[in-house]
Write a protein that binds this ligand. Structure first.
Ligand code: OSB
Ligand code: MG
Length: 384
């Protein structure tokens, strides 16, 4: 592995308009907020990573403001000047700062991209080089699509039909109290056979167990994160009461969390979001735990822009990722995105990993500048 020396790291806070907003149980953002991280090496390579956040700390605790503060003051000074040829060193260099997983992830991802480019490798192949033999990238990932809370069942069915016509073969619907059993029933009455799942984003408590049990009637692939964002224990009390597999999202923030969840039976599937667990090094440990325990795994997202989605796609192409991932085509998120070429849905509800080195997509500097200017205009935006 040819090493890279990190000469500089630039932060690019951006705001990008959505093609379609995603309403969840914790609300909806007016635009995509993220901090793109650019790692410049001694050889002049730029590696890109994405600190994917939201305007409001709804899904995770970090925001576009906190991530810049933590990165500038605490993380970047530990990295600039370092020579890296082993990615497992990177989280160690940042370990003096606790938490702030989204921020650490975006920085680490940019270094992954730079190292892969310096070695003329696809990021997917660099990931595989940290796994035992037999885990080479499949070159594509099986994907599904996530649909926000709609005003009516009719509107929900209409958008599901549109996604099915586009070729998506796994549909995820956001749910919340008051939009759960009736939602599942309303959709199943019209579409009895589609591969369907629901995501509650932590909107329920164990007191809702009777209601959640009613979802067993609707042949759901899984119910994602019904209980609180730290409730591993509570999920272990809910899962035995439900036939439907529980998929854990928010509450699994590390490999240690996953080992605990498996041991106490808190769920049967993992939505692995590299951003939530603090990077791809930790994600690879989680991947190994899932494979060793035959625990189904898929890659989640939070509406990443090009560089973030490209890296997640590379990870989702690994063979231990056994269920459809939340990585949709570019046209579902942004028009245009910040990178080229766009991701296009292929036959069999798949997306191909690009051939190029690193993340395999190219930053469009004019679009990046425009998105940074849009953030500047919104910098003092106060969520309502
Ligand atoms: O819970 O999976 C989630 C988006 C933002 C925050 C949380 C979630 C989501 C999604 C979108 O469901 C998945 C995607 O990026 O397509
Ligand atoms: Mg989720």
């Amino acid at each position: 592995m040819k090493p890279i020396t990190i000469q500089a790291i630039h932060l690019h806070p951006i705001a990008l308009p959505f093609v379609e907003v995603l309403r969840t149980s914790f609300g909806q953002d007016p635009f995509k907020a993220a901090v793109l991280v650019e790692v410049v090496t001694d050889k002049g390579i730029s590696g890109w990573g994405e600190i994917s956040v939201e305007v409001e700390p709804g899904y995770g605790a970090e925001t576009i403001w906190t991530s810049q503060h933590i990165a500038k003051n605490f993380l970047l000074p530990k990295l600039v000047g370092q020579t890296i040829d082993d990615m497992t060193r990177v989280p160690k260099l940042m370990a003096h700062t606790r938490g702030n997983n989204h921020t650490k992830h975006g920085i680490e991802a940019a270094i992954w991209d730079a190292l892969a480019q310096a070695n003329d490798m696809r990021l997917a192949d660099l990931f595989a080089s940290y796994l035992p033999e037999g885990h080479a990238s499949r070159g594509k990932a099986v994907v599904g699509v996530s649909i926000g809370i709609q005003p009516t069942i009719e509107a929900t069915v209409a958008i599901i039909q549109k996604r099915l016509n586009q070729g998506y073969r796994r549909i995820k619907l956001k749910m919340q109290p008051g939009w759960d059993v009736a939602l599942a029933k309303g959709v199943r009455d019209v579409l009895p056979d589609i591969t369907l799942m629901l995501d509650a984003n932590s909107a329920y408590t164990l007191e809702d167990a009777d209601l959640l049990e009613e979802l067993d009637e609707f042949n759901l692939l899984m119910v994602e994160q019904p209980l609180g964002d730290n409730d591993i224990y509570e999920h272990s009390k809910l899962q035995p009461r439900m036939k439907t597999p529980i998929c854990l999202d928010e509450c699994i923030k590390s490999n240690s969390d996953l080992k605990l969840a498996i041991e106490i039976g808190a769920g049967r599937i993992l939505n692995l979001k590299p951003v939530r667990v603090g990077g791809y090094v930790e994600s690879l440990e989680i991947y190994k735990t899932a494979v060793a325990n035959n625990f189904p795994l898929w890659i989640g997202g939070m509406l990443e822009t090009g560089p973030g989605r490209a890296a997640n796609l590379a990870f989702a192409s690994l063979p231990g990722v056994t269920m459809p991932s939340d990585i949709s085509a570019t046209e579902r998120y942004y028009n245009p995105d910040l990178t080229e070429p766009p991701f296009v849905l292929q036959a069999g509800s798949t997306i191909n990993v690009p051939d190029g080195a690193g993340v395999g997509v190219t930053m469009q500097q004019d679009r990046l500048a425009e998105a940074e200017a849009r953030w500047k205009e919104n910098e003092h935006y106060i969520p309502v």
